[in-house]
Design a protein around this ligand. Structure first.
Ligand SMILES: [Zn+2]
Length: 74
């Protein structure tokens, strides 16, 4: 099974969040949506989940440690 990354280090956030979620696509999208709602003030909507899905990276792109953040796409 392919695994994917949702990486809070990738984007600028007020809390400088360092969470990285790795797993099967559906699990990562669900966990990332719940995390975005619980910790980043987003609403867990189908639109948010689609956006998160579009931002997933393949597991092979994982880099340990620090990562230079980029602005979250509007
Ligand atoms: Zn986060």
């Amino acid at each position: 099974m392919k695994r994917f990354i949702a990486d809070c280090r990738r984007f600028e956030s007020d809390s400088d969040c360092q969470l990285t979620i790795i797993g099967p696509e559906e699990d990562v999208v669900a966990a990332a949506a719940q995390h975005a709602a619980a910790s980043h003030g987003h609403e867990d909507t189908p639109e948010l989940r689609e956006q998160l899905r579009s931002l997933l990276e393949p597991e092979s792109a994982y880099v340990a440690g620090e990562r230079a953040p980029e602005p979250f796409p509007a």
